[in-house]
Design a protein around this ligand. Structure first.
Ligand code: MG
Length: 378
């Protein structure tokens, strides 16, 4: 029997994680959200965690009133999130919060030697070396929930010598604007950017898929998670999202993981690994699949991918600057303040304006993130 603390339970991944937890009969020790009080209350009444947390202090106050009859303790803010990550009797901390907020709870869980099922890629992009070093030092585990990284993780099972790996191949759907030119993309609307062809996800990551920044962040995520140099990671456009990623070995064998576009499978594997169990993810019907196609990524018309690789090459806080600037710019785009084409320019501007620090401490990473957000703003 496994117990989980779920950080970010009201978002897309959080809701699907609870479906998996219910199917697997897991005990939920803590649930956290930003400010979706109504949904969090319903989840608490169903799963009966010991602790419920809202990041937003006003929402935490309201949740406390709503849950007054339940005996569930309510906390607020980053302190509450850290408490949820460190709650005793928890086997796995599943981190599905959006953005930089996920970093400190992830470190707190790893310091206790826990498994972190990580759906929050910004954590590894901003502070991957620190996170992996903490896991090694404290006996914690980082298991990916991101579908591409889960696919690679699955293709690496049984690999005893990392030297046998020639390259990791991340697949990318290409998003809603595949095949378009940069000029055509300048004025696309929020609604168009949120229309992902294959996956149903949160707004920030869906916009990241449309700019291809998502794949850039995933390249960095793979570098950190698998401790691979940039040259050993490739991206291939695979419009059908049936192959979720691949590993090429030195003998020219390529292993791939296939499945329906259903996040519940990678969520479940991060919880049950090294075992597999029956679960709620939809099966893949091979006989009714479209033909599988592959194409090179278009970095000229989708320059976010090239920007992410440049940040990866610079290293240090450059990837935190990239990610923080992108989070701010995407927030402004979703709020209708800037156009789609402005996102990449804002990120590039922040990368020019904020100097990168090598081998950063946690404080230096947080400072780089804050400076990047300022540099990318209005
Ligand atoms: Mg992904």
């Amino acid at each position: 029997m496994k117990t989980i603390a779920l950080l970010g339970s009201t978002g897309s991944i959080g809701r699907q994680s609870l479906e998996v937890a219910e199917t697997l009969g897991l005990t939920v020790t803590a649930l956290t959200a930003n400010r979706s009080v109504e949904l969090l209350e319903a989840q608490c009444r169903k799963f009966r965690p010991r602790l419920a947390v809202c990041m937003d202090p006003a929402a935490a106050g309201e949740l406390k009133l709503r849950l007054a009859d339940t005996g569930i303790r309510v906390a607020g803010g980053m302190e509450g999130l850290l408490e949820a990550a460190a709650l005793d009797g928890t086997d796995v901390v599943l981190t599905a919060v959006m953005g930089m907020v996920g970093l400190r709870p992830t470190l707190a869980a790893l310091e206790l030697g826990r498994r972190v099922a990580l759906a929050n890629k910004e954590t590894l992009v901003c502070a991957g070396e620190l996170v992996m070093e903490t896991a090694r030092r404290c006996g914690g585990e980082v298991v990916p929930v991101d579908s591409e990284h889960s696919a690679i993780f699955q293709c690496l099972q049984g690999c005893r010598d990392r030297g046998e790996i020639r390259r990791l191949i991340l697949t990318a759907s290409g998003g809603p604007f595949f095949g378009k030119k940069r000029e055509e993309l300048e004025g696309v609307t929020v609604e168009q950017a949120l229309r992902h062809p294959n996956w149903s996800m949160g707004a920030k990551i869906t916009v990241d898929s449309a700019t291809m920044m998502n794949k850039g962040l995933e390249v960095i995520e793979a570098m950190r998670l698998y401790e691979m140099p940039l040259e050993k990671i490739s991206v291939v456009i695979h419009r059908e999202s049936i192959i979720h990623s691949l590993v090429e070995y030195c003998d020219n064998a390529i292993l791939a993981q296939l499945g329906s576009a259903d996040m519940r499978l990678p969520i479940q594997y991060a919880l049950t690994w090294p075992e597999r169990t029956c679960g709620p993810a939809a099966p893949l019907d091979l006989l009714n699949c479209p033909p599988l196609t592959f194409a090179p990524p278009d970095e000229e018309n989708f320059p976010c991918l090239a920007l992410a690789k440049a940040a990866a090459r610079t290293g240090g806080t450059a990837t935190a600057i990239l990610s923080g600037a992108n989070e701010a710019a995407v927030g402004d785009f979703l709020a209708g303040k800037i156009g789609f084409g402005e996102i990449v320019r804002r990120v590039a501007r922040a990368m020019d304006a904020v100097p990168a620090v090598q081998s950063p401490t946690l404080d230096e990473i947080l400072a780089a993130d804050a400076a990047a957000r300022r540099a990318a703003g209005g």
